[in-house]
Design a protein around this ligand. Structure first.
Ligand code: AMP
Length: 575
């Protein structure tokens, strides 16, 4: 069967993939799964595409074309070196490079492709994309909408009908689409968006913030110097990515301007306040999209995240808050559109297709801390750090603070689960960090959790001010659900009161003795319940459960055995 590749021809980056054994495989370019959608010419007039062109964009902006996708469908000429090109021609250079790389990888000639476009692209823009493919020597088997491709990637192999919201926040644009899957047909019902809202705007906000702080400290305006500005842009973009996984990021550039160094730290909380109004705009777009599709928020079955900027934790948070649905991001948000296009290509070529399987954590991992729970401050609130469905491997960090003045040690407890109170989750392990600085309460501790595909969790707790840290490796596979003492005591108590209810059933005299004995043992166990350790509480709880079951089932033989075991145990505990 023929190979029809899938191409996501993006504004910032492009990707190419193909179907192998029913599953999409991304083709790496220069060891990277994504290629910048960048075209340029070098000093000798040679064509540069991808990373090579992006690298020279800073030093030679006139010889580089960025974001050509924004111009598709326009009748304009773009100067490049000493020539001029149409948007279709520039795009064809990107497609030719992708085709060449795929051919090198596959060892065959690649003739056909499915190429994706935004749902809002009009006929002229779609035709321009198809023409770009033809100029690159590709027979464009189909042009499909990006949200359709994303929905196909999540849906391949599934049969149920459902409604999905595809939230696509890339470098320069935001799109949201309501996609309906009915009887295997995937259809975009409505789309909304903002063609000038994306990660680049987040970079701008960070740049302004850093430039302002630099000006206050050094009295120099960085934004006036072209070179300093472009170094600053690259530096804040890196810091922005870091803030997706860490509570702090450093922005450091030596000699950024004259003899001044730049050395500023950004806190995620401050950054989130900068970008919050932009993310609010995306929520407004979603509501307009739903209105256009005549669909209520509660009718959405799934929310899919697409585009590099959706790695920002605040994106997940605001979506979850607004719709009460955990957004899905287990298929890489940069690669999902290309993968969906490859699945579509495979379908056209007559291949069988399967669901995309990715290594994810099925559980949330986190710690316990003093926080608010149902309007009250409690010391045992569960604070998630790695959320379930996150692709593996993953590393995430959060910041915590000491609660007492001159607190010299902290205990780090790690749990796995989804419950709001730490003790209701599975306990994974704990350790103590000692020798902290004698400072007032509020000493910052950074807790980093790193989980690999084998379930090995590396936990690092670090005193931020000094770098003092402790690292412990924990195995999260085969973790037994450990007993929480409070919960066990409650369980024992509830079991005792349940027994009270059923104990008065009418039975013969001999059996009545067995039941009376059970009752006496229950009262003795009750007296002990406050002083039980975890292990004993569990054993007592299990025996009382067996006792209750035996009474209910009139299983006098078992009740006699259980009475005996309980008596032995209580005797030993009363010692
Ligand atoms: P795309 O257009 O989908 O390729 O997305 C590119 C945008 O995603 C750029 O603005 C990147 O800076 C941004 N981006 C990539 N990775 C991350 C990340 N880990 N956290 C936040 N933004 C990211």
């Amino acid at each position: 069967m023929e190979t029809i590749v899938g191409i996501d021809l993006g504004t910032t980056n492009s990707e190419i993939s193909y179907l192998k054994d029913g599953k999409p495989v991304i083709i790496n370019i220069d060891n990277q799964p994504i290629m910048p959608s960048c075209v340029g010419v070098d000093k000798s007039g040679n064509l540069l595409v991808g990373m090579a062109a992006k690298n020279q964009a800073v030093s030679d902006p006139e010889a580089t074309v960025l974001s050509i996708k924004r111009k598709m469908g326009e009748s304009i000429k773009i100067p490049l070196g000493d020539k001029e090109f149409s948007p279709e021609e520039i795009s064809s250079f990107i497609l030719s490079e992708l085709k060449k790389q795929a051919e090198n990888h596959l060892g065959i000639e690649v003739k056909k492709a499915v190429i994706t476009v935004p749902a809002y692209f009009d006929d002229a823009q779609r035709k321009a994309t198809k023409d770009a493919g033809a100029l690159a020597g590709l027979d464009v088997a189909r042009i499909i909408n990006e949200p359709t491709a994303a929905a196909v990637a999540y849906d391949a192999g599934h049969k149920e009908n459902h409604k999905m919201l595809v939230y696509d926040l890339g470098g320069g644009t935001f799109d949201v689409s309501l996609v309906v899957v009915e009887d295997g047909i995937v259809e975009v019902k409505a789309s909304h968006g903002d063609t000038h809202l994306g990660g680049d705007d987040f970079d701008d906000l960070l740049m302004n913030h850093v430039a302002e702080e630099f000006k206050n400290k050094k009295g120099t305006d960085l934004s006036q110097d072209v070179k300093a500005r472009s170094r600053l842009r690259a530096s804040v973009e890196k810091a922005k990515r870091e803030l997706s996984d860490n509570p702090y990021a450093k922005i450091r550039e030596e000699f950024i301007f004259q003899d001044h160094h730049l050395d500023i730290e950004i806190q995620r909380l401050d950054y989130e306040e900068m970008i919050r109004p932009l993310l609010q705009k995306t929520l407004d777009c979603i509501h307009m999209c739903l209105k256009d599709a005549s669909i209520l928020p509660r009718d959405i079955d799934k929310i899919i995240l697409v585009g590099g900027t959706t790695r920002t934790p605040l994106v997940h948070e605001i979506i979850q808050k607004e719709f009460g649905l955990e957004p899905r991001y287990e298929i890489s948000p940069d690669l999902i559109v290309s993968m969906g296009a490859a699945i579509q290509g495979g379908m056209i070529a007559g291949h069988d297709t399967h669901s995309i399987l990715v290594d994810i954590t099925p559980h949330t991992f986190g710690t316990s801390a003093i926080d608010e729970y149902q309007g009250m401050m409690r010391p045992d609130v569960y604070i998630p750090i790695i959320n379930r469905n996150t692709p593996l491997p993953v590393s995430k960090a959060e910041v915590f603070q000491t609660s007492h003045d001159e607190q010299e040690k902290v205990e780090v407890n790690i749990y796995q689960g989804e419950e709001s109170l730490a003790g209701d989750n599975t306990f994974i392990g704990n350790f103590m960090v000692e020798g902290l600085s004698k400072v007032p309460a509020g000493n910052k501790m950074v807790l980093n959790l790193e989980l690999d595909i084998n379930g090995i969790l590396k936990v690092t707790a670090m005193e931020k001010a000094t770098g003092l840290s402790k690292e412990v490796i924990m195995d999260t596979k085969n973790v037994q659900r450990s007993l929480d003492l409070d919960a066990a005591k409650k369980n024992v108590a509830s079991m005792l009161s349940m027994e009270e209810d059923v104990i008065d059933i009418s039975v013969g005299e001999e059996k009545g003795d067995l039941i009376s004995k059970a009752k006496e043992l229950r009262i003795r166990a009750e007296k002990l319940s406050e002083s039980l350790n975890e292990e004993d509480a569990k054993e007592i709880h299990d025996l009382l459960a067996k006792s209750l079951k035996a009474v209910n089932e009139h299983d006098w033989e078992t009740l006699s055995d259980v009475n005996e075991s309980l008596e032995d145990m209580i005797f030993y505990l009363e010692e």
